[in-house]
Write a protein that binds this ligand. Structure first.
Ligand code: GDP
Length: 199
């Protein structure tokens, strides 16, 4: 995928602050430290478009980026970081639920999971939530470079069983080696093609 432009548009906490729904939109979600900023930066060939935070999970903002003037990428706040104040953590669910429930141009969610972790209650409830709302989702296993190719395949199989999904639909990804970048872009483009702009 050739990237001609990638720009930060705005941050939001509520729907009135979202940019107009003019483009297909992909939202990226995952536990804090899963490698979400690194994955988005790899997709758009930028080192610092999405800033990696020193205190992960503190910024509970929804950040919008416009890529190639044709698709919006949304960086959702990471979940599951223990040091985040309880009040902030409690706000995560309603904020994300509102975003997912109300965003009319949402083409799909890209859910990230560290390849070395088992899916937890958060991943299961997110998967249930998305299928109940009929929202397309992609599952990406991050930091694949930490494991050998054989172990990557074994982990993919174990995670697919745990999540009850086809292993072929789990994308092995590494920001370090760029493994999986092309296939992820292909899947994203498939989801975008289904988007019809609002008249
Ligand atoms: P975020 O909190 O989900 O946005 O995660 P970051 O992108 O900030 O990454 C968290 C940490 O994991 C950083 O130290 C990254 O350098 C590291 N990391 C991210 N992606 C990869 C990867 O593909 N391979 C390896 N080995 N480390 C990664």
């Amino acid at each position: 995928m050739i990237i001609s432009s990638a720009e930060f548009i705005t941050s939001a906490v509520k729907p009135t602050q979202y940019p107009p729904p003019e483009y297909p939109e992909l939202a990226f979600s995952g536990r804090s430290n899963v490698g979400k900023s690194s994955l988005i930066n790899t997709l758009v060939n930028r080192r610092h478009l999405v800033k990696t935070s020193r205190t992960p999970g503190r910024t509970q903002l929804i950040n919008f980026f416009l890529v190639n003037r044709s698709v919006l990428f949304v960086d959702l706040p990471g979940y599951g970081y223990a040091k985040v104040p309880v009040a902030v953590r409690k706000n995560w669910g309603p904020m994300i639920e509102r975003y997912i429930g109300e965003r009319e141009n949402l083409s799909g969610l890209v859910n990230l999971l560290d390849i070395r972790r088992q899916p937890g209650p958060e991943e299961h409830s997110l998967a249930g939530w998305l299928s109940a709302r009929n929202i397309a989702c992609l599952w990406v296993l991050t930091k694949a470079d930490k494991l050998s190719k054989t172990k990557q395949k074994n982990r993919r199989l174990a995670i697919s069983r745990e999540m009850g999904i086809d292993p072929e639909t789990l994308i092995l990804f590494s920001a370090k080696t760029r493994q999986g970048r092309d296939i992820l872009w292909e899947r994203i483009q498939e989801l975008c093609r289904a988007f019809e702009p609002q008249a």
